[in-house]
Write a protein that binds this ligand. Structure first.
Ligand code: B12
Ligand code: SF4
Ligand code: SF4
Length: 361
């Protein structure tokens, strides 16, 4: 039920406020909007344990903001409510399993095939916040998308957008998990949505069983140091050798724990033109991508999240995938050609890939 006690400064009927914000959210392209308070105590405990176990690896930003991540009022003083939104990103591409099963092709996470979501969503959130200021009441706000110390999934769960599954994704019983999250922090005492209090994973453990690297070490706990998403995007150094063969052809991020999740049969493809694949990245050949010069990499990934990892990590990741590809003289030749002139990091991965290729029967 809406929290009416807190509503005194707002003169408009709380149900009307909620209905209006939902409609405006839809108008700006969000599939769902929910409002929560700022008490993240339960999630803070989990975050603390996760950090203590060093599951964050080299992502030092996860530990460097003190309590700001779990205390919204410390990030933006005066914050009383968080408006959480979700936006579908699954493009209408050929079967993902087909690309994953073809070891000569590159698998790129579906979220990264089109335009970078950060700017697009933040702009829309700012529009929603401005509309609230205009139609409901002026407010102090900030809009975020994966851009600040925030526990986005915890907030979304509190706002009723879904539950945090055993794979740690925020899952919605009507829409699966192929969506981004974003937030508006506001000092308006808005009514609250009912939080999601039930989890619907039941006895299922498919994501734990099928994670290629065993990164979901227990229900709701991802050891990022083993997660392919971390290894290909966040890690700037050498990829641990024992994990390389398990990565297959995944060169940017990983979607396996969503692909196998039964709730994703309810997922819808995105209507956002900007999230549709560019440069045929949904099913490109490894060899073709490995041949991109730095200039080509920067040009072709302009406006995409992929650009952030830089050309060196791009080559490092593809070298690993080529090492995992079926034996081919053409691939060995290409690896040898690229070895000369490669940075120490890339050369080390190329060397590994040549060894892998050469040792195949
Ligand atoms: C760091 C990070 C990563 C890291 C670590 C992932 C992780 N699970 O923490 C890496 C690089 C591995 C990663 C990968 C991905 N990420 Co990411 N990531 C983040 C980021 C920046 C912070 C997440 C975080 O706070 N982690 C800390 C840990 C402690 O949180 P947690 O694992 O979610 O754990 C929660 C619960 O599981 C629970 N919990 C923990 N332990 C326990 C134990 C028990 C017993 C229980 C009951 C509960 C419980 O409490 C925790 C706190 O709420 C968020 C954006 C943001 N600011 O929130 C995006 C975000 C979570 N990522 C996102 C996406 C899309 C991905 C990928 C799918 C990308 C890809 N295709 O490669 C993968 C999915 C991997 C996965 N299964 O998580 C989306 C998720 C959207 C959604 N529907 O959930 C977010 C929200 C970004 C966004 N704005 O949309 N990510
Ligand atoms: S994204 Fe891939 S590697 Fe990471 S937890 Fe999910 S299935 Fe495992
Ligand atoms: S695969 Fe099964 S256990 Fe994993 S998140 Fe989905 S429903 Fe939950």
């Amino acid at each position: 039920m809406p929290d009416t006690q807190q509503l005194t400064p707002l003169t408009i009927n709380p149900q009307q406020v909620m209905a209006d914000i939902r409609i405006w959210g839809e108008e700006f392209g969000f599939q769902q909007v929910g409002i929560s308070d700022i008490d993240l105590q339960k999630h803070q405990q989990h975050l603390q344990r996760w950090l203590e176990k060093n599951f964050h690896g080299e992502m030092h930003y996860m530990e460097s903001h003190g309590e700001k991540r779990s205390k919204p009022e410390q990030l933006l003083p005066g914050t009383l409510r968080v408006i959480s939104v979700r936006m579908d990103y699954l493009p209408d591409t050929e079967d993902m399993e087909t690309v994953l099963a073809d070891p000569n092709k590159a698998y790129i996470s579906r979220y990264a095939l089109g335009r970078d979501y950060h700017k697009l969503m933040r702009k829309r959130l700012a529009k929603l916040a401005d509309k609230i200021a205009e139609k409901i009441a002026p407010h102090q706000y900030r809009a975020f998308v994966d851009s600040a110390p925030i526990l986005e999934r915890g907030l979304a769960e509190k706002a009723g957008l879904g539950w945090i599954g055993k794979n740690t994704m925020l899952i919605n019983s009507k829409a699966g998990s192929w969506f981004f999250l974003g937030e508006i922090y506001t000092d308006l005492p808005l009514p609250l949505d009912p939080p999601q209090e039930t989890m619907h994973c039941g006895t299922c453990t498919t994501c734990l069983d099928d994670c290629p690297t065993g990164a979901i070490v227990a229900p709701h706990q991802v050891d990022a140091r083993r997660c392919i998403s971390y290894l290909t995007i966040e890690l700037k150094e050498s990829i641990p050798e024992e994990l390389r063969p398990l990565m297959g052809n995944r060169i940017y991020g990983c979607d396996d724990c969503q692909l196998v999740c039964p709730w994703n049969k309810f997922a819808e493809t995105t209507a956002e033109q900007d999230f549709q694949p560019r440069n045929d990245l949904q099913s490109a050949e490894l060899v073709e991508l490995f041949n991109w010069t730095e200039e080509e990499f920067l040009r072709r990934t302009e406006g995409s999240a992929i650009r952030r990892i830089g050309h060196q990590s791009w080559l490092r990741n593809i070298a690993v995938a080529l090492g995992n590809a079926p034996k081919s003289e053409q691939v060995i030749q290409l690896l040898n050609d690229k070895f000369n002139g490669a940075s120490t990091l890339v050369a080390e991965h190329i060397h590994w890939a040549i060894e892998q290729q050469s040792n195949k029967p």
